[in-house]
Design a protein around this ligand. Structure first.
Ligand code: A2P
Length: 276
């Protein structure tokens, strides 16, 4: 890995700004605000997750904040990510609203959710959010290589993270290698293909011979490819299952077989069909 190394316990990476990010997070995309979201976050924290990934556009920052407070964990023990909704004007002002909803003084990571209005449009405001101390690290999401290059061209504080859709079936090798060279760590959202990849025959075969589940195999693949990984679930037993991924390894042969499932042609793009 070029710029960002693993910590000694193998559970986090050191970002190029010096901050550490836990490799496993609970993602709460499409989890409704209220008890369902609070339960999911609570169960994740009880199962040992120390990284929660939300966004302004998810509408559930309030629930994430309540679950965090109720957990009794210290603020510094949980890595908290939210994302700037790029349809809004000012990232720094929007972060203030997020902090109120989350009930915290700062987030650990604040990222531009997608490159609406052009890849550099929000970056000045993101840097202001960082300079104010309200966001410890800043990054982007759904940015392809050309978008990242544009941001690096104008940045005083470069993005340290790019969160993209990533799995063996969306193995964006060109994007991964380019980001690693530039010191940008990739985060995998939808690592289970929003559930679609769990029924794949090859994934199931590897899971069976290892005595693991398809979800664990897919999550482990992302970890071994150097990514931070954000599986989503609202079921307690699945949240627990998805965290049992640090006590086994996929062989080179299994990794190669999974790599072969890629349908993107090793692209350096973040998405096949942008929605903005
Ligand atoms: P649910 O939330 O009902 O548990 P992704 O992380 O790629 O977005 O995938 C999330 C989807 O996969 C959700 O529909 C989630 O369902 C399902 N899911 C998450 N973990 C597991 C698991 N361990 N086994 C089966 N399905 C899972």
């Amino acid at each position: 890995m070029a710029a960002a190394e693993l910590t000694d316990d193998g559970r986090a990476r050191v970002l190029t700004d010096g901050n550490q990010i836990p490799l496993l997070a609970l993602g709460v995309w499409q989890v409704p605000d209220g008890p369902e979201c609070e339960d999911a976050v609570r169960w994740a924290l009880e199962a040992g997750y120390r990284h929660i990934d939300t966004a302004q556009s998810y509408g559930n920052e309030g629930s994430v904040g309540r679950a965090l407070r109720d957990s009794g964990l210290s603020r510094q023990d949980v890595f908290l990510t939210t994302k700037f909704h790029p349809g809004r004007r000012d990232p720094a002002a929007e972060l203030q609203r997020s902090l109120e909803l989350l009930g915290v003084e700062s987030v650990d990571l604040y990222i531009v959710h997608w490159p609406q209005g052009g890849p550099t449009r929000a970056w000045e405001g993101m840097q202001r959010a960082r300079d104010s101390g309200h966001a410890r690290s800043i990054g982007v999401s759904n940015f392809g290589v050309s978008d990242i290059e544009a941001v690096l061209g104008v940045a005083d504080a470069p993005p340290v993270i790019n969160q993209v859709q990533f799995s063996p079936f969306e193995f964006r090798r060109g994007l991964l290698e380019s980001c690693e060279r530039r010191g940008v760590v990739l985060e995998a959202y939808s690592p289970l293909g929003t559930g679609r990849h769990l029924g794949d025959r090859q994934v199931a075969g590897i899971a069976e011979h290892l005595g693991r589940t398809p979800a664990q195999v897919l999550i482990r693949w992302s970890l071994q490819r150097g990514l931070v990984v954000l599986p989503k679930s609202t079921h307690r037993e699945r949240i627990e299952e998805n965290a049992q991924v640090f006590d086994f390894e996929l062989s080179d042969e299994d990794m190669t077989a999974l790599d072969g499932l890629d349908r993107t042609g090793a692209t350096d793009r973040a998405l096949e069909r942008p929605w903005w």
